[in-house]
Ligand binder design. Sequence first.
Ligand SMILES: [Zn+2]
Length: 511
Amino acid sequence: MIPAILQVKEKKNKYLTLKNFNLINSNFTIDSYSVFLERSGLQIDPNSKLKIELIEDHNLRDEEYHIDIDDNITITSKDNRGVILAFTTIYNLFLESSTIKCREIVDYPFKRHRGFMLDCARHFFSKEIVMSIIEEMSLLKLNKFHWHLSDDQGFRIKLDKYLNLVDDNNFYSKDDIKEVVDFALRRGIDIIPEIDIPGHTTAILANLEGLSCVDTKLSVGVLPGIYGNALCIGNEFTYLFLDNLFKELASVFIYPYIHIGGDEVITSNWESCEKCRKVSKENNLKSNHELQGYFNKKVRLIAAQYGKKIIIWNDSYSLQDSSFDGIVQYWQSSHNNKDFKKYKSGNKEIINSDYFHFYYDFPSFFGGLKRTYKYKSNYKNIVGFEACLWTERVLNHEMILEKLFPRIYALGEKNWSFKLNYHKFIKEIQKVSLVRLEKGFDINLKYLDKKNKKEYLRNHFKELSKMEYVKTTFETKFGFLNSLKFFIYYIGFKGLIIINKLKKEEKNGKN
Ligand SMILES: [Zn+2]
């Protein structure tokens, strides 16, 4: 099973067949087992001889669960989260076979922040796609979905106060968000929304006047890249806007953290802006980095009014905010500043998304399975590893899955399991992939080994059309070359062609 379980004691020659069961429940809510019923198709039947008993034990750790599978099943946990995870384990066993070898399981996570980020700003993905990714995360016991909702290329939440921030079709209503939050919660997953500020804000600045240092009329970004626009730090409307924004975010997102980005800010407009200069002077700020630190502190205090703490990228951490009580998410060492260097050598919390190892928009050979699995962090106090999928060049669900699998398995195991064994893990991927194939789930064929691949193609050849067969064979055979080609596109001259194509596609889409 992925992720590997901490302790399993199998019982000799004893099996249980999982079928409709009688649930004996002390204090857990329906949210702890509703997803298991949906996934497995099993039902609660008070007349069934098979009992699943849920027992509360406050001495267990967060997310710890124990399962005893014998004539009946007993699950012990502190709260709903543990029960959800226990049922995830039982479901993963059930996928392999409804007849399960009896065993005792003791399991709890290595890291508490087991994250995955999806960029829904560069390209928009429907709530159904988002929920399908959350479902995949939950099967791997990941527990934080970081939802990148605003960038130069789009703002994706329809707010009550600022209706025009979104474009006509590609946004989430508050009801959509509530639905996704509830869907995630029932899978043991918290959602962290990210509104990237003060840089990466072209979509906001283009659709709402009065937030910029300059009067230039902007249009929402289309091309990838870093845009030279930022919120004005010296403008009172900036903070009024953020206050209203956070108030609305807090009304739909229940997890106590909001991500405010802060990476890659182009500060040239701040330098020529009278209002920004005035703030710098009055507060004795010696650099634009300190000015951003001043901004972060103001935003942190606004967030706190609505019961939220902030998460920021490592670029933007500043000692200007001496009472910073959020979390810093690390992505690239070249974006470290001297303040962050102090932060990381202290005892403060870091989410680690080292981009060579956890940026899944890179082709898989460049930031692949092994890179995630074998990553060694230099930092102390890592609360967890988070993979990020930026979507400048990811256009649809299929491409998301191609980027995700099988790397997300490594993310799951690295975050959950105390003892890592790459060799065993690769074998497990084969097993999990074959089970998934059989059940009609998505998998990436490239990562099946030769024997399994041949077997699969032989079995499925009859069902495929000629074109599909050629395509499948090509994809399985030339996976590496494809990746290499993509890499050359990524850094080289072909990039321009792709960019132009994207630009045309987006324009056509809009018209
Ligand atoms: Zn300004």
